[in-house]
Ligand binder design. Structure first.
Ligand code: GTQ
Length: 349
């Protein structure tokens, strides 16, 4: 659009826009550049949350209301580029949830899928679709869409703290969200603990198995014990990838794809002193340091991250990581959704 127009022409156009606006019409030429950008221009900022800051506040919330009162007692990670939108990146919701000894976060279900990445747990559990799994530090746990779930802590010692990641904004974007509450606080547990892993998580699956959760993985707890052992064995055998270090992604045994239809997740090991080359991609990523320490550089901003610290890397931001100590880092993003929609892009330097 040529901006060098006379005030008379500008006024004529404005008058026209006003009239067509009353007929629920708008001129594309005034908004085309924003609607069809030359490259992704994120409204979100690279940002880090340090566990040393967040944990005391989460514990403080534990003195303000019970898990049952809150339904889910969660401090939401609000990207400072878009405060008030309950988003850590453009599409992803993330929060930190607290369960105190004896508490229950009551059973409900919803269209959105959820992941839990466990930071602290001594006796915490989550029940999903009739099966209970014990939560342990580093476990990557999944709640498939429309599966009943409740969380609790039976032991008398210590809080249970984890990071939630949900695709609820994507579901809400499609205006396709439903939810329901169970009458009982806890759902009935009808399977033995470990049932899903036995059936689907041992490199085997039942003869003639059909997927019990549609396009979501039937393994709902990828335990840290198993994931870490695999990652370290691979790290001992290979040189780290220049852009990604040692990285294993969580996989759905039915199709080898990402564990959830809309959310991707992976686990990375960076040996001490290793520095990745710059890469950027269109998914909005959340990184959580599980072990060690890393320095992340995102679009020129430097973040030093220790255990349990979080980092938001919005779409199309250049990123690189350097491990100042041997590090294990978990990440999730909306890449799974983007790949299904054929809109995922990546660039490596
Ligand atoms: O645990 O079911 O952080 O429904 C946000 C919404 C957690 C949950 C959240 C939820 C949950």
């Amino acid at each position: 659009m040529d901006d060098r127009i006379t005030p008379a022409v500008a006024q004529k156009r404005q008058e026209f826009y006003g009239r067509i606006g009353q007929k629920a019409l708008a001129p594309l030429w005034e908004s085309l550049k924003g609607l069809v950008p030359r490259a992704p221009a994120t409204k979100f900022l690279p940002h880090a949350w340090h566990y040393g800051d967040v944990r005391p506040l989460l514990m403080e919330s534990g003195g303000l209301l019970t898990a049952e009162e809150a339904e889910r007692r969660v401090l939401v990670f609000e990207n400072p580029g878009q405060p008030g939108t309950s988003r850590i990146t453009a599409t992803m919701y993330a929060g930190m949830q607290l369960i105190l000894p004896g508490e229950v976060a009551p059973a409900h279900k919803h269209t959105a899928s959820a992941l839990r990445f466990v930071l602290e747990s001594n006796g915490g559990y989550t029940s999903v679709a009739g099966e209970r799994t014990t939560m342990r530090r580093g476990d990557f746990i999944i709640t498939p869409n429309d599966a009943w779930h409740d969380h609790g802590q039976d032991q008398s010692t210590g809080p249970v703290i984890w990071v939630d990641g949900l695709d609820l904004h994507i579901v809400n974007f499609f205006e396709a969200a439903f939810s329901e509450h169970l009458n009982d606080k806890k759902q009935m547990v009808v399977k033995r603990e470990g049932d899903s892993i036995a059936r689907f998580g041992s490199g085997m699956m039942p003869f003639n198995a059909t997927s019990p959760f549609g396009k979501t993985t039937p393994i709902f707890n990828y335990t840290y014990e198993t994931s870490r052992r695999a990652l370290m064995q691979v790290a001992g055998a290979d040189a780290p990838d220049p852009h990604f270090g040692h990285a294993l992604r969580y996989a759905n045994p039915f199709d080898g794809g990402w564990p959830m239809p809309l959310i991707a997740a992976w686990l990375t090991h960076l040996p001490k002193g290793f520095e990745t080359k710059p890469v950027r991609s269109t998914d909005g990523q959340t990184w959580i340091v599980v072990e060690g320490e890393v320095t992340a550089e995102v679009e020129g901003k430097t973040f030093t991250l220790g255990e349990n610290d979080l980092l938001a890397v919005p779409s199309w931001c250049w990123r690189k990581f350097r491990a100042s100590k041997d590090a294990v880092v978990f990440a999730f993003s909306d890449r799974s959704a983007q790949e299904k929609l054929s809109i995922f892009s990546e660039e490596r330097r």
